[in-house]
Design a protein around this ligand. Structure first.
Ligand code: F0G
Length: 482
């Protein structure tokens, strides 16, 4: 269906679906939110969902399912071994990606665990356009290291580059030269590059990078968790591919890779994951890891119901009316905040709207976690739960010093097909207010700091009484009950 035109004004993002099941929301009064934030140790992962008004933590496992997905869940084939639900899922993935072999896993990081376990030896390097937290944690756990070779422009917050997730081909050649091809375990390219703002990779870049890797005999791996957003951006930003179908673009990308893995909590709108493999011997070399860590080869830790749902979800991910929803709402949010002067990552990417915390709260030093502090402030000022994507989400250097992230972002995720435009407008409004009162936001420090993936479970506290002062200003503006 074409983009909907309006008689009276410019087009706005349109929901191309209707809502059939709802979940009631709860907006706690400001004082109670402060209490809840304290109890959650100033870590938005520790908040209870019932205390949140707009849950924009992630798009993972919380996307709205379609009627067809739900219907499919009523007809699974329950079996430990040989379930038809698995064979249906595999057939769909074969059709979409053109790869024969499929290993199921319970979610994306489980695939990452298996790839790291199988391919990465101590001292090895894994090349990426940019890392993802769990992918990197698995690689470093087995003694490998990650080289991030995204183009420099990808890390410039404000830009109009259409494909900010592209890997730098010169850096790629130089890295292979420096490390030696034999020491590169694999090259992992991430579609819809998560940690730099859900930014897409162009088809040409996928092709060129994989050609270089192939020339050096390096295994190529695509993380397709955010492929659906990336496909949308290729359709609308790559002039040379605007007339290709989403399916054909998908195949053009998939054909470059030896292995494709994904989190079906994102790709497929359900909960699960899988590794698709082109080569038979490679497939067999990973089988035992699935049976050891995940489950039998025909469920891999997933419920048969989820496999049925994602099989339908994969097909929906090939439809523009479906995959355009997230990016269009995100673009609306980014444009309105950017117009107001709020520092945003531009152009809008997939997954969510990303606020540039380094600029927003430039008075907070990086070792006091500006993005973490701003994330907490957004919960205090409106019950909006976002996710820190900055230094807190990094791990310390081996000598214990902080590894400062190249970008300090607050991610306001837009789970697919979940929020309406008025809810997005509410978020825009509260972020504007917070921007006008940004000097009231202060830093955070750790009270308890886990060594690995500290952002999930770490406990923090404010450096002074800034949350109280922020809440007082908020109540003066909006009243006690908001
Ligand atoms: N790869 C990418 C690009 C991801 O965004 C994620 C998860 C994973 C792999 C891991 O998948 O969660 O199923 O184990 N991203 C979530 C997020 C957690 O909130 O961005 P998983």
């Amino acid at each position: 269906m074409p983009a909907i035109k309006f008689y009276d004004h410019e087009p706005i993002p349109m929901e191309m679906h209707k809502v059939k099941i709802v979940q009631q929301l709860n907006l706690l009064p400001a004082d109670q939110r402060l209490e809840k934030m304290r109890k959650a140790w100033f870590n938005t992962f520790k908040l209870h969902n019932v205390d949140i008004f707009m849950d924009m933590l992630t798009d993972s496992g919380v996307n709205a399912m379609s009627d067809k997905m739900l219907a499919s869940m009523m007809m699974p084939d329950d079996a430990y071994a040989g379930s038809e639900s698995f064979y249906r899922m595999r057939a769909k993935l074969r059709q979409i990606f053109g790869m024969k072999y499929c290993l199921p896993a319970h979610q994306g990081r489980a695939c990452e665990n298996i790839l790291a376990d199988r391919f990465v030896k101590p001292g090895n390097c894994v090349i990426m356009n940019y890392h993802f937290t769990t992918a990197k944690a698995h690689i470093t756990r087995v003694g490998g290291h990650v080289e991030e070779l995204v183009k420099d422009e990808g890390l410039i917050p404000k830009s109009d580059l259409p494909f900010k997730g592209d890997i730098d081909l010169e850096k790629l050649e130089a890295c292979i030269e420096r490390e030696g091809a034999d020491n590169v375990a694999f090259m992992r390219l991430e579609a819809g590059t998560n940690l730099i703002g859900g930014q897409p990779v162009s088809v040409d870049n996928f092709k060129d990078a994989c050609a270089i890797a192939r020339k050096h005999g390096i295994l190529t791996v695509l993380d397709a968790s955010l492929l659906q957003d990336n496909l949308y951006f290729i359709k609308v930003r790559d002039e040379s591919r605007k007339d290709m179908s989403v399916r054909d673009i998908t195949r053009e990308i998939a054909d470059q890779f030896d292995i494709i893995y994904f989190s079906a909590r994102k790709f497929g709108f359900a909960r699960g994951g899988a590794i698709m493999i082109r080569d038979k011997a490679l497939f067999h070399s990973m089988e035992d890891l699935i049976t050891m860590y995940e489950g039998f080869l025909t469920y891999g830790g997933m419920s048969v119901r989820e496999m049925e749902a994602m099989t339908v979800g994969f097909d929906e991910s090939m439809e523009m009316d479906v995959i355009s929803q997230g990016p269009l709402f995100i673009q609306h949010c980014v444009d309105k905040l950017d117009e107001y002067g709020v520092p945003m990552i531009t152009p809008g990417g997939g997954l969510g709207a990303h606020v540039d915390a380094m600029q927003f709260v430039s008075h907070i030093p990086q070792d006091q976690y500006p993005a973490g502090a701003l994330t907490c402030a957004m919960y205090l000022c409106g019950g909006i739960r976002g996710m820190e994507r900055g230094t807190l989400s990094e791990e310390r250097n081996p000598d214990g010093s902080e590894r400062f992230a190249s970008m300090e972002l607050v991610r306001l995720a837009l789970p697919r097909r979940v929020f309406t435009l008025s809810q997005v407008e509410y978020v825009i409004d509260r972020v504007k207010w917070l921007y006008d009162h940004r000097e009231l936001v202060g830093g955070l420090r750790f009270v308890h700091e886990p060594a690995t993936l500290r952002f999930f479970t770490g406990k923090l506290e404010p450096v002074d009484d800034w949350p109280e002062r922020l809440i007082a200003a908020y109540k003066a503006e909006f009243g006690e009950d908001q």
